[in-house]
Structures are given as structure tokens and as C-alpha cells.
Design a binder for this molecule. Structure first.
Ligand code: HAS
Ligand code: CU
Length: 539
């Protein structure tokens, strides 16, 4: 008689044609996540060149024009091609599983969204192949710099067209996610039992629907000005550059919540599981998310305090208010961990690092929301530090947490915990070494988007520390990648539910079958998988 060996997970079939033609939300989700992560590596390489140039005073390695291309495409990549679409990719993978649905509402539109996204990203990058180089007017593309006089090359046009494709893709995905959440929830999955991640995706999708069309208008008008003889932003002909800023930031501020809300969701899935407690204040958390979404529509002009064209007190007050619902979330996380049995596995370490970093990012946001402070800090490295503490220290750390947490579900294999935990530590150190000095630089008056700075006025040391920190950050990313490679090659079977998860995706096999569930557990709370595994604890 032979001894039964533990069931090995199905090895994912690598059949290129099946991946190219897939309409399965899980595969589309994986395509998104792999593609966006590749953009992250490219965007990171651009940042490395930026930090190399800034390590010491003097123009050493690249020209002014190239430098402008570098920071423009770096920012564009990280925001439009990595953080925001990674969140949508994760939502693609998880939302149908978390609500007990077999797929998204419109699987073919879902596939189209992914391909539009990829086409958009490649269109933006194709600017590098043109004679004039890529777009170089910053990720915010303010006219007149982005108008034909400021940016004569076709790189800016490709940037516009690429981002219009990305916008169309995001709007389609938002429609798909909303329809799925509204119409395809399994019996028993009422709204107040939905996992917080899915709740946050719902709210994010609404924000996308409201904020992306104005962006598309802003970008289209820019194109009309540039190539079709328009004057929307041409002051000499009666146009207005402030109009662009309104349209852009009416999108741009909500967009920052598009880049953080899904990841608040990720953290809220991870913290309870690794605290061995239900989430503290479920309904408060949901209401706070709705509050953030509502406020986020009324704060856009805090990016325009110094234009003199907006009501500073109003936008300042609204921006202060947004700290309240965000603070509620912090208390939810702390309350969840309070007296919990904390398990410091890779996802939890990244979640804790997220909280530390995001707190710094959030509080400095509140500082910037005060016009007297912003008059000093606008266009300095203080803003650059703020945005990286929320986006890199926040969203990107949550992305690493999410990869480690859902890796076993997606691949069927365990995540290599040791290199994972080491990478969390190295990334935390590298991140703070790189970006904390930027607060100092900002307060000392260093401008953002400059290729060079004078020596001996207090800029040299922080810049050098920041550039050295980037090396540590790079080592951290490589360590994380090595954890992925080790996990991929070791192939230690994970089982359906390696972490003792709460939400429905942990009830199906790892990886899930094409139709997602062979059978669903009863859904009587927001923790159906946990309830099913622990009938003795369920009332
Ligand atoms: Fe921001 C600029 C204000 C959150 C991203 N932000 C940016 C840019 C990006 C960005 C990318 O008001 C640069 C854009 C560019 O290229 O020009 N931001 C805020 C405020 C919040 C905030 C008030 N930002 C984010 C998130 C982002 C993001 C999230 C992406 C993921 N931001 C600004 C302002 C500017 C700005 C100005 C323009 C600057 C300029 O001049 O250009 C809030 O949502 C943060 C709330 C979160 C917290 C932490 C948790 C709350 C707790 C409760 C207690 C805290 C209290 C506050 C009561 C506050 C724990 C105490 C206050 C103290 C000062 C101590
Ligand atoms: Cu903002």
C-alpha cells in the first residue's frame, strides 16, 4: 500500500493563447498585476537615474531635456500605469471571489479594458522613440508648458492619447466592478457583510466614474489646442490656464484616493487575520470610506492655493476635514490589533510599515492643506516627500503586502516568508532614508523638478543621503523579487486557506477553479470562511 501524499495544487498551465484571449477575471487580474509591476520596475529605473543625477550638485549625467522626460514619465508611470491600475487588477481578481460570483458582469469588456490599458501605457512610452523625445511637462502637464510652444514634439500628443486610452479602460473597469458588486453577490452576501476590500473597491469605482471624465476633457482640450487650432488654454486668445488646473485637479485629487482606498481595503483584510480578531468597527470603517469619497470631491483646489484664483479658506477647511474619516481608519486598525494575537508574517509586517509611513504622509498632507504653509512649501521637495510617503510608503507597501497575502491563493503555493520579512525591513529603512531628507530639503527651500542645485546652502547632505537611501530601497525591491522567485521555484503547497482567512476567497481551492466555487459556505457575517471553519465560535 502506498502512503497518500498531500494533494499538490494544479500547476497553472502556461498556454500563451489562452492568456491572450482570456475573459476570466482571475487571469485578467493577474495580467494587470504582472503588467503594472513591470511598469513599476521601469518607473523605478527612471527614478534611479533621477537620484543619480541629484546625488551631488552639478549637471553630471543627463541633459536638462532628458531630466524633464525622466521625471515626467516616472510620475506618469507610477501613478497611471502602476499604483492605480494595480488596485484595479487586484479588484479584478478578488471582487468576484469575495462576493461569491463566478466572474465579472461583463467578462469581454473586462478583457478589452486590460488591452486598452496596455495599449495606453505603450503609447505613452512610444514617445521615447520619436525625435523630440517623450512628454516632458511633468505628470500634471500644465499649459502653457504642455502647449505646442512649450512642448513642440509629438511625445506630449502620445502622452495625451495614451492617457485617454488608460482613462477609458479605468472607466470601463469601474462600470464592470460596480455592476458586478450590485448584481452578482451570492445569496446572503448583503452589503453589510461585504469584505472591506470590496467595499473600498465599490467606492473607488464611483470616484473613478466621477473624476476620470473631467480628466479626459482636460487632456482632449489640450490636444485640440495643440493640433486642431483650439485656444482653450491660450490666454492671449481668451483661453484660461486656470481652467486646465481646475479640470486636472478635479480629477487629480480624487485620483489620489483611487490610489489609496483599495489599499486601505488591503490593509483592513490583512490586519484582522494576523491579529486573530474580527475587524474593529466594521460599519464605522465603511462610513469613513464613504466620507472620504464625499470630501475628496471638494478639496481639489488645495493644489491651487498659490494661484490666487480659488477660495483658500473653503478648500483648506475641506482638506482638514478629510483627516477625520482617515483617522477613523487608523483607530479601526489599532482597535483591531489591540489585545489581538499578532502574527508577524510578511503581509502583516508590510501592513505595519504602511501605517507608519502613511501616518507621516497624511499628517504632512494636513500641513500642506494650510495655505500659509503651502505658500512656503508649494513646488518644493516638501510636497515630493509628502506624496511619496502616501504613495510609495503607503500604497506601494500595501501592494507588497497584498502580493504576499494573496500569493498562495493565486498560485497555490506558499509565500517564502523569510526573504519576505527581510524585504519589508530593508524597504522600510530604504524608503525612509530616501524620502525623509526630502522634507528637510523642502523646508530649506529646494525646488522640485530641477536638475541641479547650488552647493553649500544645505542641500548637499540631504540629497546624498536620499540617493544612498535609494540604493537600500533598490536592494529591498530585489529582496522582495527574490522572495517571489523562491516561492515560485519551491512550490510548497499552500492549501486552500493558509492564513486562517475570513473572506470567501479562502473557501475555494488555491488556485480557484475557472468557475470560482464548487460550493459556497453559508454567509451569515462578514467572515463566512472563518464561521465555517469555527462553528463552535459562531453564535
Ligand atoms: Fe496629498 C499634494 C493634502 C492625502 C497624493 N498629494 C499631493 C501630491 C500627491 C498627493 C501625488 O493641501 C502632489 C501632486 C503634485 O504633483 O503636485 N493630501 C493632502 C491631505 C491629505 C492628503 C490633507 N495625498 C494624500 C493621499 C495621496 C496624496 C492619500 C495619494 C495616495 N496633498 C495635499 C496638499 C497638496 C498635496 C495640500 C498640495 C501641495 C502643493 O503645494 O502642491 C489627507 O487625505 C491625509 C489624511 C490622513 C491623515 C493621517 C491619519 C489621520 C489621523 C487622525 C489624526 C490627525 C490629525 C491631523 C487630526 C491626516 C491619525 C493632525 C495634523 C497635523 C499637522 C499634526
Ligand atoms: Cu489633493
Amino acid at each position: 500500500m502506498t502512503v497518500a501524499t498531500p494533494a499538490r495544487p494544479r500547476t497553472p498551465r502556461v498556454d500563451p493563447l489562452a492568456w491572450l484571449t482570456t475573459t476570466d477575471h482571475k487571469r485578467i487580474g493577474v495580467l494587470y498585476m504582472v503588467t503594472t509591476f513591470a511598469f513599476f520596475i521601469v518607473g523605478g529605473a527612471l527614478a534611479a537615474v533621477i537620484r543619480l543625477e541629484l546625488a551631488t550638485p552639478g549637471i553630471d549625467y543627463v541633459s536638462r531635456g532628458t531630466y524633464a522626460e525622466l521625471f515626467t514619465i516616472h510620475g506618469t508611470t507610477m501613478i497611471f500605469l502602476f499604483v492605480a491600475p494595480f488596485g484595479l487588477g487586484l479588484a479584478n481578481y478578488l471582487v468576484p471571489l469575495q462576493i461569491g460570483a463566478p466572474d465579472m458582469s461583463f467578462p469581454r469588456m473586462n478583457a478589452l479594458s486590460y488591452w486598452l490599458f496596455l495599449a495606453g501605457g505603450l503609447t505613452i512610452y512610444s514617445g521615447f522613440l520619436t525625435g523630440g523625445g517623450s512628454a516632458a511637462a511633468g505628470w500634471t502637464a500644465y499649459p502653457p508648458l504642455s502647449e505646442l510652444r512649450g512642448s513642440p514634439g509629438p511625445g506630449t500628443d502620445l502622452w495625451i492619447v495614451g492617457l485617454l486610452l488608460v482613462s477609458a479602460s479605468s472607466i470601463m473597469t469601474a462600470v464592470n466592478l460596480l455592476t458586478t458588486i450590485f448584481l452578482l453577490r451570492a445569496p446572503g452576501m448583503i452589503f453589510w457583510r461585504m469584505p472591506i476590500f470590496t467595499w473600498n473597491v465599490l467606492v473607488t469605482s464611483v470616484i473613478i466614474l466621477i473624476s476620470f471624465p473631467p480628466f479626459a476633457v482636460a487632456a482632449s482640450l489640450l490636444f485640440v489646442d495643440r493640433r486642431l487650432g483650439g485656444h482653450a488654454y491660450d490666454v492671449a486668445a481668451g483661453g484660461s490656464v486656470i481652467l486646465f488646473q481646475h479640470l486636472f485637479w478635479f480629477f487629480g485629487h480624487p485620483e489620489v484616493y483611487v490610489m489609496i482606498l483599495p489599499f486601505f481595503g488591503v490593509i483592513t483584510e490583512i490586519v484582522p487575520v494576523f491579529s486573530r480578531k474580527p475587524v474593529f468597527g466594521y460599519s464605522g470603517f465603511v462610513l469613513a470610506t464613504l466620507g472620504i469619497a464625499a470630501y475628496s470631491m471638494g478639496v481639489w483646489a488645495h493644489h491651487m492655493f498659490t494661484t490666487g484664483a480659488v477660495s483658500n479658506p473653503f478648500f483648506s477647511a475641506m482638506s482638514f476635514l478629510i483627516a477625520v474619516p482617515t483617522g477613523v481608519k487608523f483607530f479601526n486598525w489599532i482597535g483591531t490589533m489591540w489585545r489581538g494575537k499578532l502574527v508577524f508574517a510578511t503581509p502583516m509586517l508590510f501592513a505595519l510599515a504602511f501605517m507608519l509611513n502613511f501616518l507621516v504622509g497624511g499628517v504632512t498632507g494636513v500641513m500642506l492643506a494650510s495655505p500659509p504653509i503651502d505658500y512656503q512649501a508649494q513646488d518644493t521637495y516638501f510636497v515630493v516627500a509628502h506624496l511619496h510617503y502616501v504613495l510609495m510608503g503607503g500604497s506601494v507597501f500595501a501592494i507588497f503586502a497584498a502580493i504576499a497575502f494573496w500569493w498562495p491563493k493565486v498560485t497555490g503555493w506558499r509565500f517564502a516568508d523569510l526573504p519576505g520579512r527581510v524585504s519589508a525591513l530593508v524597504l522600510l529603512v530604504g524608503f525612509n532614508l530616501t524620502f525623509w531628507p526630502m522634507f528637510v530639503l523642502g523646508l530649506r527651500g529646494m525646488q522640485r523638478r530641477v536638475i541641479d542645485y547650488p552647493s553649500s546652502i544645505g542641500f548637499d547632505a540631504p540629497n546624498l543621503v536620499s540617493s544612498l537611501g535609494t540604493i537600500v530601497l533598490g536592494i529591498g525591491v530585489l529582496t522582495f523579487l527574490s522572495a517571489i522567485v523562491v516561492s515560485w521555484r519551491r512550490k510548497v503547497p499552500a492549501g486552500d486557506d493558509p492564513w486562517g482567512g475570513y473572506s470567501l476567497e479562502w473557501s475555494t481551492s488555491s488556485p480557484p477553479p475557472e468557475h470560482n466555487f464548487d460550493r459556497l459556505p453559508p454567509i451569515r457575517s462578514e467572515r463566512p470562511t472563518f464561521d465555517h471553519a469555527h462553528p463552535e465560535l459562531t453564535p
